[in-house]
Design a protein around this ligand. Structure first.
Ligand SMILES: [Zn+2]
Length: 181
């Protein structure tokens, strides 16, 4: 069954730092297929392995009709920023304006172990930053300003899937939007 259940905010796997991929084997290719199928079924603009409960540095993306994946991403960000609505399949129904770098150059590998570079701006850049954050246990509400974050935490408590959750946020220590490790 390639379509997998998506882990919801509050699941500890979403707060863990994912491990780099070291073996490019059949299991990894199955993970990429599951990520891609689950993302397209949702549908969503991106899905990271921890959202399927797998703590590995892998994500899939689906932006402007281009579907792809990236393994062990390493990001360079532009100084120029963008601000706009962002959401997450692990926080169903929530959307908040989130500041991101306008552009990104992402280096990493495909599922066969070949080096790849993805360059993007606007939505693709936003998606790559969002998904790479997931690999560091960072969720987009961590990046909201104080007022928006308060609204997001209230929305989580009010959400059907958020009942009984005590939401916490992490303040990123990095001025580079979390891509620095
Ligand atoms: Zn997400």
């Amino acid at each position: 069954m390639p379509i997998q259940p998506i882990r919801i905010f509050g699941d500890p796997v979403l707060r863990a730092s994912a491990r780099p991929v070291t073996t490019f084997d059949k299991e990894l290719r199955t993970l990429v297929k599951d990520l891609t199928d689950t993302m397209l079924d949702a549908p969503g603009a991106g899905l990271a392995a921890p959202q399927l409960g797998v703590s590995l540095r892998v994500f899939a993306y689906n932006v402007d009709g281009v579907v792809g994946h990236l393994i062990n991403p390493d990001l360079s960000l532009t100084d120029e920023e963008q601000d706009g609505p962002e959401g997450c399949l692990s926080l169903p129904g929530l959307r908040f304006d989130t500041k991101r770098a306008y552009g990104v150059v992402a280096k990493g590998f495909n599922m066969h172990g070949d080096p790849v570079t993805i360059e993007g701006t606007e939505l693709l850049a936003r998606c790559i930053q969002h998904e790479t954050d997931h690999l560091d246990g960072i969720i987009f509400i961590d990046r909201l300003d104080r007022e928006q974050r308060k609204a997001a935490l209230k929305a989580i408590r009010d959400a059907e899937w958020g009942q009984g959750l005590v939401p916490t946020v992490r303040i990123s220590p990095h001025s580079t939007f979390g891509s620095a490790r």
